[in-house]
Design a protein around this ligand. Structure first.
Ligand code: MF3
Ligand code: CO
Length: 247
């Protein structure tokens, strides 16, 4: 069931969403070769705590950290550890903050030092997929128009869309209905109502879309070991458009 939010509830969501936004830029400014993914997670934990919020990911379904930190061919749910970031890597950081009884959720893919032109294009197109999804999005839009726009943009750039993970509704729970697919047929699915809050999160692969999950039960790795990128914001559906809470 989709929980449509009141204006009061949306007001309460602004704080956790602003913390996610600020934490992602804080981390992005500090990522450099030589840092470990565990150090990235520590930055996230300390930032969220210092902001008076809780890191929603920590302990969620047993996840052992405050951020998912996913390097190169790891598309999502990378577990932070002693892995050292190297020049030329790309690293996706996905984090959630809980405050005022609500969650905010966002993700970015960052370059570690100088990266290849193909990786630059992958990051750029993944971000563009998010903004393409917003084009024309407003109350009454069929849910799968989002996926259609993401998929069309990704595939027309020679990339592919991850099928096994989706965006989601968000509010008092980190994951609420509806699931927000990054592929699909235009004009299908429920018509989104004003006040619905969703996370739109394209996960885009340079190669094939198939993913394997490691034995740790979390780490999602591209089967062909080619890089993948992730870009996510928490978005309110409005009568006349959208409002992005984590940007
Ligand atoms: N932020 C993620 C999302 O977009 C959730 C990460 S799963 C967790 O849905 F276990 F790390 F919390
Ligand atoms: Co999310």
């Amino acid at each position: 069931m989709v929980h449509v939010k009141s204006e009061e509830e949306i007001e309460l969501m602004r704080a956790p969403c602003a913390i996610v936004r600020d934490c992602l830029s804080f981390v992005g400014e500090r990522i450099r070769p030589g840092m470990t993914t565990g150090e990235v997670d520590k930055l996230v934990y300390d930032f969220i705590k210092a902001s008076g919020a809780e890191p929603s990911c920590l302990g969620y379904g047993g996840f052992p950290a405050s951020a998912c930190v996913s390097v190169n061919e790891v598309v999502v749910h990378g577990i932070p550890d002693d892995r050292v970031l190297e020049e030329g890597d790309i690293v996706s950081v996905d984090l959630c903050a809980y405050k005022n009884g609500f969650h905010g959720d966002g993700a970015r893919t960052f370059a570690v030092g100088e990266i290849s032109p193909e990786k630059q294009k992958l990051i750029r197109v993944t971000e563009e997929c998010f903004f393409k999804a917003l084009e024309g999005l407003r109350a009454g839009t069929p849910l799968f128009d989002i996926g259609y726009r993401v998929q069309t943009h990704a595939e027309s750039n020679g990339f592919s869309v991850i099928r096994s993970y989706t965006g989601h509704g968000i509010g008092r729970e980190m994951h609420e209905d509806p699931s927000v697919y990054n592929f699909g047929r235009r004009g299908t699915g429920m018509r989104l109502k004003a006040g619905t809050v969703i996370c739109i999160e394209p996960m885009i692969a340079m190669g094939d879309w198939r993913v394997n999950v490691l034995d740790d039960g979390w780490t999602a790795v591209m089967a062909d070991k080619k890089p993948a990128a992730h870009y996510e914001n928490t978005v309110v559906i409005r009568e006349d458009g959208t409002e992005i809470l984590t940007l």
